[in-house]
Write a protein that binds this ligand. Structure first.
Ligand SMILES: *[C@@H]1O[C@H](CO)[C@@H](O)[C@H](O)[C@H]1NC(C)=O
Ligand SMILES: *[C@@H]1O[C@H](CO)[C@@H](O)[C@H](O)[C@H]1NC(C)=O
Ligand SMILES: *[C@@H]1O[C@H](CO)[C@@H](O)[C@H](O)[C@H]1NC(C)=O
Ligand SMILES: *[C@@H]1O[C@H](CO)[C@@H](O)[C@H](O)[C@H]1NC(C)=O
Ligand SMILES: *[C@@H]1O[C@H](CO)[C@@H](O)[C@H](O)[C@H]1NC(C)=O
Length: 439
């Protein structure tokens, strides 16, 4: 494989327009979905959130790990990728510009032409964000099928004929759950799933995630309603906070000068049972070099805090729960309790509430026991936050356990995120979407 950089060119608006028009014209004119839905399950041993799409001709289901901040979709093309509808994206094509790529695979000698090995193909950087393994791959496109929804149940299957993705080699899959063939990126980028689906069907650039611990959660592309049984509509009662753009990416898989595709929010302070946790809040600001700040992640299973914040949170929480007998820590957790000594509520174990205070003292993300405590074994509950060390690239990474049974809507056009807080308080949860199709 020969990779040659060529000078990056300014994206012509006309290219972008052509691309969008091509995508939307190719749809069946009779039915235009307002929203789409993908099921999401949690893999029990790796704690990865998994989904699957239907791709190729003939169609096959492709199991993928979900990366909220991921730039694009990448899939292993080395192992058994067969499809008559695959097309490589050429160097300097409009798709290549959309991908902001300045790499070009001029010639491939590894095999006869096949997905992942064509001459004159747009090169991409890609990363297995679970293992932080980065490499390059080829940009290509293929048919993707996905279920539409009216927000309360699945509808017709719809097709996106030229869905752009990166063809990767099999080794990048190491560290992903068994059977997973790639990573579905939902990040802030024109190639992410939300951007491509919105462009394909001309619906608002919005998507929502609702993760479940043991049931079938969902990702919705497009606007609400988002209805969970028994008929609870969630999109109307969200609290909003601005999404912050991190101008300098510290990820591997980015071209120089590209902004981060991760979603950052402006946490100003942390309160535990109304008491401010004492730490240096300068860490919560995003620096010019791209460090600090609070990111939301489906890659981290538990919220990761920079060391000084972690220590302060542990100390404040321990003090607020000092009446309850502690037991030995269970890695990676330090603060653990005998669960028999802790009562239970609708929103989980009765422990001090943790508030992430946002743009004003009245706007906060409240974390109740179901999202703060982890049952590590029978009789032992631990505070589910982990120490990220001193040189953490973000000060706070809100991880999967803290996101479960909360619906988060990312509104890319308005650059804000809406969050529901625990759906358990409304007697529903993220496994309550009706995925049963009408016969
Ligand atoms: C991505 O799309 C946005 C509009 O949605 C556009 O403003 C931006 O220039 C595009 N970026 C690239 C790199 O194509
Ligand atoms: C790429 O081009 C070279 C030289 O023309 C040729 O030898 C090679 O077989 C081609 N590879 C593919 C995958 O088409
Ligand atoms: C927190 O403060 C609010 C009012 O500011 C009060 O209503 C609430 O009871 C307090 N909660 C705790 C646990 O102290
Ligand atoms: C907080 O951290 C910043 C940056 O690390 C440092 O410049 C500042 O002096 C610290 N403030 C306090 C009160 O420790
Ligand atoms: C789920 O949706 C199907 C139609 O897609 C419907 O037949 C069924 O009654 C729904 N289930 C519930 C519990 O509402």
């Amino acid at each position: 494989m020969v990779l040659l950089p060529f000078p990056s060119t300014t994206l012509l608006i006309s290219c972008l327009l052509c691309f969008c028009i091509t995508l939307s014209q190719a749809q069946q004119p009779s039915f235009r979905p307002k929203a789409l839905v993908l099921p999401v399950t949690k893999h029990p041993s790796t704690l990865q959130y998994l989904t699957h799409i239907i791709q190729r001709t003939p169609q096959v289901p492709v199991k993928l790990a979900l990366d909220l901040g991921g730039r694009s979709l990448w899939i292993d093309c080395e192992d058994n990728y067969a499809s008559s509808s695959y097309a490589p994206s050429r160097c300097e094509s409009s798709q290549c510009h959309l991908a902001n790529s300045n790499l070009c695979t001029t010639e491939c000698y590894q095999s006869a032409p096949k997905p992942g090995c064509y001459n004159n193909t747009c090169g991409m950087l890609l990363e297995n964000t679970f293992t932080q393994t980065g490499t390059t791959g080829d940009l290509g496109q293929d048919l993707v099928s996905i279920q539409s929804t009216d927000g309360s149940k699945p509808g017709k299957i719809v097709k996106v004929p030229h869905f752009l993705f990166t063809c990767a080699l099999s080794f990048v899959l190491d560290g992903l759950a068994k059977g997973v063939k790639g990573i579905a990126g939902l990040g802030r980028s024109n190639l992410s799933l939300p951007s491509q689906f919105s462009a394909a069907f001309s619906f608002p650039k919005k998507f929502a995630i609702c993760l479940s611990k043991s049931g079938k959660g969902a990702v919705f592309f497009g606007d609400g309603p988002y209805v969970m049984q028994p008929n609870v509509e969630i999109s109307k009662s969200l609290i909003y906070t601005p999404l912050l753009l991190k101008k300098v990416s510290t990820d591997f898989a980015t071209f120089a000068g590209e902004p981060s595709s991760d979603y950052f929010i402006g946490v100003k302070s942390i309160k535990i049972n109304n008491k401010t946790v004492p730490f240096n809040t300068t860490l919560l600001k995003i620096t010019k070099e791209g460090f600090g700040g609070t990111k939301i992640s489906t890659v981290q299973p538990y919220t990761v805090l920079e060391t000084s914040i972690y220590k302060a949170v542990i100390a404040t929480f321990a003090k607020a729960l000092s009446g309850v007998a502690r037991v030995a820590g269970v890695r990676p957790f330090e603060l653990c309790y005998n669960s028999a000594a802790i009562g239970s509520t609708r929103v989980g174990p009765a422990v001090p509430q943790i508030d992430l205070v946002l743009q004003s003292s009245k706007v906060y993300w409240r974390i109740f026991g179901a999202n703060s405590m982890v049952q590590v074994k029978k009789g032992v509950l631990c505070l589910g936050f982990v120490d990220g060390g001193m040189d953490a690239r973000a000060a706070i990474v809100i991880g999967g356990h803290q996101l479960e049974d909360n619906l988060l809507q990312f509104d890319l056009a308005a650059s804000r995120v809406g969050f529901s807080s625990s759906l358990l308080s409304r007697q529903t949860n993220c496994a309550n979407f009706n995925f049963t199709s009408a016969a």
